[in-house]
Design a protein around this ligand. Structure first.
Ligand SMILES: NC(=O)c1ccc[n+]([C@@H]2O[C@H](COP(=O)([O-])OP(=O)(O)OC[C@H]3O[C@@H](n4cnc5c(N)ncnc54)[C@H](OP(=O)(O)O)[C@@H]3O)[C@@H](O)[C@H]2O)c1
Length: 335
């Protein structure tokens, strides 16, 4: 039975609960005493999960406005975990705006952040917060703000993300969208697409390693939270992917099944100040998808408890640099 004394005020709808990350998130939401209902398009899977957690469920395709109307009745927030988000975010954001509930998702697709940004005025008019990127970016974006605060007048940042873990089918589909968005950077405050992918070396504690340019979302989200005009983001996998017949990595509980010892994921942020000072901060997190799960539930829980800013927000523009230090099992090193 849930502890009513620690129950938050608002009620949550979780759409896309039947996926790998969805299942982890609904168990974490239940553990934290959040009052929620689940939704998605697959009745069979939803019925099993709803029975297990003793919560109501709603079955409807993402484009069904009547489904949204019925399921969002009495809710404070919607957490969309159905990805690839290119197929679900537009409809879910519009439903959140129409039925006046705060919107969250866990996407890493940069085009979805731009979509949320484009709906800023509509979200403000509805009095709701639109926060796309409440997953891993709830660590990354406040880390950028944290690092930026260590110099006077930050003018540029570079980030290097070394990911340790596997990928689900939803993530593989989302990765194509990230790659197809192109080699995006921000220069003098404007998003630009590069023709060739530069690589750069970063030292995340194991000596210099080469990373490839990849827009992680900071070009939109951390520009929102810091206003830093020059942004470059880089990525590499910590372990070599092991393919299955279907082309996806073997995956269990968010970890690799390569037999190799799993590492923690690491995000390094390097900020340059106007006077040329360079500072670096690094966050290390558990491998796999658990950081996304705990972050998303933490951020959504805050909104359910009445802590939100209306309009398009990033994790740090809404909740500040301190968000990163409040997350479970995230260590920050400044150097
Ligand atoms: N940035 C981060 O921190 C982070 C971390 C983890 C995951 N993610 C993203 O979150 C998304 C979900 O990941 P996952 O691990 O749960 O993937 P998954 O195990 O493949 O599950 C995908 C989920 O999305 C639903 N879905 C997909 N397309 C849909 C559509 N058109 N309409 C309605 N529902 C749809 C699926 O429903 P069915 O069960 O009916 O197929 C399922 O519930 C992916 O895009 C992934 O990249 C981001």
């Amino acid at each position: 039975m849930r502890d009513l004394k620690s129950s938050p005020q608002g009620k949550l709808l979780i759409y896309g609960a039947t996926g790998y990350t969805g299942m982890l998130i609904i168990h974490e939401a239940a553990r934290r005493g959040i009052d929620f209902e689940i939704a998605g398009r697959n009745e069979e899977k939803l019925a099993v999960l709803a029975a297990e957690l003793n919560v109501p469920y709603h079955v409807f395709p993402v484009g069904d406005i009547e489904g949204w109307k019925a399921s969002l009745k009495g809710k404070t927030a919607l957490l969309n975990i159905a990805g690839p988000f290119s197929e679900t975010a537009e409809q879910a954001m519009e439903a959140a705006i129409q039925f006046k509930v705060h919107y969250f998702d866990i996407t890493a697709e940069v085009d979805i952040y731009r979509l949320a940004e484009s709906k800023d005025a509509a979200a403000k008019a509805a009095g709701i917060m639109l926060l796309s990127g409440a997953g891993l970016f709830a660590t990354y974006d406040p880390l950028v703000l944290h690092t930026a605060k260590r110099v006077k007048n930050p003018v540029a940042f570079r980030a290097a993300f070394k990911y340790s873990g596997g990928f689900t089918p939803g993530s593989v589909a989302s990765s194509s969208n990230i790659i197809n968005a192109g080699l995006l950077v921000r220069k003098n405050g404007e998003i630009k697409k590069l023709n060739e992918a530069p690589s750069a070396a970063f030292d995340l504690g194991d000596g210099p390693e080469d990373f490839s340019l990849m827009p992680l979302g900071g070009v939109v989200l951390s520009f929102k939270s810091t206003g830093i005009p020059d942004i470059e983001e880089y990525f590499k996998m910590a372990l070599q992917a092991e393919s299955t017949e279907g082309g996806n990595m073997k995956f269990e509980e968010g970890h690799h099944k390569t037999g190799l010892k799993s590492e923690r994921s690491k995000i390094l942020v390097e900020v340059t100040g106007e006077d040329g000072t360079v500072v670096r901060s690094m966050a290390d997190t558990p491998d796999g998808y658990m950081p996304t799960v705990t972050s998303a539930v933490e951020v959504v829980n805050r909104a359910l408890n009445g802590s939100y800013k209306i309009g398009f927000q990033s994790p740090a523009s809404a909740y500040g640099a301190e968000l990163v230090t409040s997350l479970l099992d995230v260590n920050i090193t400044d150097f």
